[in-house]
Ligand binder design. Structure first.
Ligand code: PEP
Ligand code: MG
Length: 585
């Protein structure tokens, strides 16, 4: 009996989040809380302190290794955070306190270390000083690393994957994603999550399949299990049979042929069969994606999510670090427009420093920036200085009303004055736009369109707020319906609101990268779509093979329908007519 025939095939059904098929080995990644045992020591205090010393040595090696890796891939500036970690690790006062606690309590060293670390954490958390407050995350990081070593948990970190791994996790946060070795990752699957969580957005940008909302994948699977991830249908096949592998092989071949077909339209403009053009721009998170942008012949950057830089940095990068990254993107764009979105932190994109606010309705994006003027001003200075190197435009996320727009613009004006007086160059006429992703902004679109140079609809958030469906919660994911009549009417109203006063309206949420919606958005009159570069060929192919007149007729037709499922079917059918030339499966 072969190895394979011993294991029965099992299929798990979840939510299809990022298309594609991957075949590889599961790597179960649990962000489990550490269970720190407490017991009376038997071998004396010295033996316990020796164990601590050993664990410190081991931890120092690990931190230094990560530091060197980050310095090589992202630069010395980004690696500096690990110097702070080494200082915490070797802090003499902390070690002495642990030693005293072991001596006085007679308890094991991990228990005492944990107690001391927790005292430090609560002490620093209560500080007024922001710098001292930020030390909390350093202590948390170092103490959990050290405790793992003391407890002998030599679990592989998410950044140390084996080749051809498929991550199986409860969830993947954007900060986990920042640590991933993307060359070894084939796919990921999660117990929780929704279709527009930022880790899923990352999967789409890397063109790796993802299935989310599987509920119990982490308990069903074990590291090393052979699995197939089907990101088209939202399936995970454990111990796939030879026949199943053959079927998926065929699908992959078909996909490869389609990709070749899509690529044929790339060098030309995005123009419909009846001559209407639609700009196809790229969503990026940093300068490292500019090669992909160029190879996909994007018409510029429609959304530069700057928080990626902050997450990779595990904190707030300096003005110069930001300036260099923004300038690199501006220069690599060779005069094409680059829309830089100011920091959209909060929700599922938390830094250790603002980890207490994980709510999508909390102190997120522009709200956070208006409360943290120094962080905001640093970013605005960096963006303005980078505007001297290309065609940059600036965009505020999550604007909910005119007052926020006005306050953000006041700070921008202040920063411009400062730069002028310092003799620093920047684009005086830099265009300023707002994202429309909060329902209140959609309702006052006439006012926002009047006071901005451009608008961009963030459908990921707009749909979540309009439908009151948390974009991360798999239990309500079925209610996250881009084809709900309320969504369609709102999109139409926003686009028309912009058109009335000549303010261009783009779409930059995930539906802009899904060819099913291309006809709808084009037919409604969107000025451009901004999408992950990986999806650009497919969407462009559909644009180039459809007629704008047909797309407009389709919009009229679906706006008269009441049922989201019927509307989706109608869009699929329209899309299907363009697919007829595809190679057979
Ligand atoms: C959106 O909300 O659609 C958007 C593009 O912003 P993000 O996904 O980064 O929240
Ligand atoms: Mg958003």
């Amino acid at each position: 009996m072969s190895e394979k025939s011993k294991n029965k095939e099992v299929i798990l059904k979840g939510i299809a989040a990022s298309p594609g098929v991957a075949h590889g080995k599961a790597f179960v990644y649990l962000q489990a809380r550490l269970d720190v045992p407490c017991y009376e020591i038997k071998n004396g205090v010295e033996a316990e302190m020796e164990r601590l010393e050993q664990a410190i040595l081991e931890t120092r090696e690990q931190i230094t290794e990560v530091k060197n890796k980050i310095a090589a891939s992202l630069g010395e500036g980004e690696a500096r955070i690990f110097d702070a970690h080494l200082l915490v690790l070797e802090d003499a006062a902390l070690i002495e306190e642990v030693s005293n606690e072991v001596r006085n309590s007679g308890k094991n060293v991990e228990y005492c270390y944990n107690n001391v670390a927790e005292r430090y954490i609560s002490f620093f958390s209560s500080m007024e000083d922001d710098y001292l407050k930020e030390r909390v995350s350093d202590i948390q990081d170092v103490s959990s690393r050290l405790l793992k070593n003391l407890l002998g948990h030599h679990k592989v970190g998410i950044g140390e994957l084996a080749e051809n791994s498929i991550i199986v996790s409860e969830d993947i946060t954007p900060s986990d994603a920042a640590d991933l070795d993307r060359n070894k990752l084939l796919a990921f699957i999660t117990d929780g999550g929704g279709q527009t969580s930022h880790s899923v957005i990352m999967a789409r940008s890397l063109r790796i399949p993802a299935v989310v909302g599987l509920h119990d994948a982490t308990s069903t699977l074990q590291t090393g299990d052979e699995i197939v991830v089907d990101g088209f249908e939202g399936l995970v096949v454990i111990h796939p049979s030879d026949e199943r592998l053959y079927q998926y092989g065929k699908l992959a071949e078909e996909r490869r042929q389609r990709d070749q077909l899509y690529a044929t339209v790339l060098p030309g403009p995005g123009v419909t069969t009846d001559g209407e053009s639609l700009l196809l721009m790229a969503n990026v998170e940093g300068a490292h994606e500019m090669d992909a942008v160029r190879s996909m012949h994007a018409d510029g950057i429609g959304l530069f999510r700057t928080e990626g830089i902050f997450l990779r940095h595990h904190g707030y990068p300096s003005e110069d670090t930001q300036y260099m990254e923004y300038s690199a993107v501006a220069e690599a764009s060779h005069g094409q427009p680059v829309i830089i979105r100011t920091l959209d932190i909060g929700g599922d994109k938390t830094l250790e420093a603002n980890a207490e606010d994980e709510s999508f309705m909390g102190l997120r994006a522009i709200r956070f920036c208006l409360e943290n003027r120094d962080i905001f001003k640093t970013q605005l200075r960096a963006i303005l200085r980078a505007s001297a190197h290309g065609n940059l435009k600036l965009m505020y996320p999550m604007i909910s009303g005119l007052d926020e727009l006005r306050r953000a613009n006041e700070i921008l004006a202040e920063v411009k004055d400062e730069l002028r007086s310092e003799g620093k160059f920047f684009d005086e006429a830099i265009e300023v736009g707002a994202m429309v992703e909060v329902p209140s902004a959609a309702t006052i679109i006439d006012l926002l369109a009047r006071d901005t140079d451009f608008l961009s609809i963030g459908t990921n958030d707009l749909i979540q707020y309009l439908m009151a469906v948390d974009r991360l919660n798999d239990r309500v994911a079925h209610l996250y319906e881009p084809t709900h009549p309320a969504v369609l009417r709102t999109l139409k109203a926003i686009i028309e609101g912009g058109q009335k006063v000549g303010t261009p309206v783009s779409i930059c949420g995930e539906i802009a990268g899904d060819p099913i919606y291309a006809s709808l958005l084009l037919g409604m009159g969107a000025h451009s779509l901004s999408l992950t570069p990986a999806m650009l060929p497919e969407v462009k192919y559909f644009i180039c093979n459809m007629s704008a007149a047909d797309a407009r007729a389709l919009v009229t037709e679906v706006l008269a329908l009441e049922d989201p499922v019927e509307i989706l079917e109608r869009l699929r059918a329209f899309h299907g007519t363009v697919c007829q030339s595809f190679p057979a499966a």
